[in-house]
Design a protein around this ligand. Structure first.
Ligand code: SAH
Length: 366
């Protein structure tokens, strides 16, 4: 909330986020720099600082003359988002950040530090248009797509926090990124893809993260899944299946009325083949809704003998929801049946539940 007397800028509806270095490919950066009347090599210098050194403090970029620095910063490094608040748990190794974007829109990201890796869960849209009834983000609908740089900046901020020792455990590097925050990444395809390029292009063009450490999670937009398969990426694809039969999936993941279970699985196998990566099937276990033994068997039969792994997620109930997580014995039986079909299955760690940092709860509380 603004303090009394504080001016808040509200952008006109439909206004676009300002252009930022992270929106641009290396060639576009050169053009942008030249348009400002600067030498093209300044593009590389900027990239070196922003991507290579993860610095967002132009005052320290002393290889660029002050006057140029000011001009370049003003037009290529606008402040895209500000921290509304951080909320931490797990001895501060899980940190959720609520961001306010230029138009007042709120989005969230979560950083999770484990002994052997650091994962960030980021948002690709403000809100979501997919309307899954168990997901808090789905309830409010879609506000807008995030720009490439708004996606990248969530990561950049996390990387800077890790580098600056803000997260307990000493300096660390980010290893994994999951598009499992707010939004449907494949409904914001071009910007998400460009963000993946910025994250994974070798420094100084990008941050040089491994594509293998990046997971794109989707409700199952079949044409976009097929398009992604042809990009030649080695990112992981997670498919939010949640039910093995069309009757129930039509309800839990409404886009299923457009692309059925069989079609969505075919698109997943196509991605697995082209990328060489196992598909991760996401399945939120909801008590007495989708956790019956027969559904585990049906799921097992559908996916066995494919390059796949099942990630069961105990439902994280949204406020006011009639649904809750499965009983422990039903969860165990579900796992057992999938494993009996030879399907590798794990139950997801539910880190961050106490800070509403768990699945689908991001930014709902504002
Ligand atoms: N739109 C994308 C990514 C966002 S959500 C997608 O649907 O895949 C990431 C995962 O969390 C999805 O599998 C989603 O279905 C799941 N999820 C959402 N709300 C949840 C909840 N309340 N409990 C458990 N999982 C949830």
């Amino acid at each position: 909330m603004p303090k009394p007397g504080e001016l808040t800028f509200v952008a006109p509806r439909g206004a676009k986020p300002p252009r930022h270095l992270a929106d641009l490919s290396p060639a576009e950066r050169k053009e942008a720099v030249a348009e400002l009347g600067e030498q093209p090599f300044r593009a590389k210098q900027l990239s070196n600082h922003y991507f290579g050194r993860m610095s967002n403090d132009p005052a320290s970029w002393t290889d660029i003359p002050a006057a140029s620095r000011e001009k370049l910063t003003e037009s290529l490094l606008p402040e895209l988002m500000s921290v509304v608040r951080h909320v931490s748990c797990d001895d501060d190794t899980t940190r959720k950040t609520l961001w306010k974007l230029f138009d007042g829109t709120l989005v969230e990201s979560v950083l999770m530090r484990y002994p052997d890796r650091v994962t960030m869960c980021i948002s690709s849209q403000a809100g979501c248009g997919m309307n899954c009834p168990f997901c808090a983000t789905g309830q409010a609908g879609l506000t807008r797509n995030l720009s490439t740089a708004e996606i990248v900046e969530q990561i950049a901020a996390g990387m800077r926090a890790l580098k600056g020792g803000e997260i307990p455990g000493g300096e660390a590097r980010l290893s994994n990124v999951v598009f499992m925050g707010m939004g449907e990444p494949l409904a914001n395809y071009n910007r998400v893809l460009a963000a993946i390029r910025r994250l994974t292009d070798p420094a100084p063009d990008g941050f040089g993260l491994s594509q293998r450490g990046i997971t794109v999670s989707t409700v199952g937009l079949v044409p976009a899944m097929n398009r992604l398969a042809d990009e030649g990426l080695s990112c992981r694809l997670a498919l939010s299946l949640h039910a093995p039969d069309d009757e129930l999936r039509d309800e839990l993941v409404p886009v299923n009325t457009r692309w059925k279970v069989a079609e969505v699985l075919d698109a997943a196998w196509n991605y697995a083949e082209k990328s060489g990566r196992r598909i991760s099937i996401e399945y939120a276990l909801i008590k007495d809704i989708n956790d019956q033994a027969w559904r585990a068997d049906l799921l097992g039969r559908l996916i066995k003998n494919h390059r796949v792994h099942v990630n069961l997620i105990p439902l994280n109930p949204t406020p006011g929801s009639k649904w809750t997580a499965s009983r422990p014995e039903d969860e165990r039986e579900f796992v057992r049946r999938l494993q009996a079909h030879g399907v590798p299955t794990t139950v997801r760690d539910t880190r961050g539940q106490e800070i509403d940092g768990a699945c689908g709860q991001l930014a709902a509380a504002g």
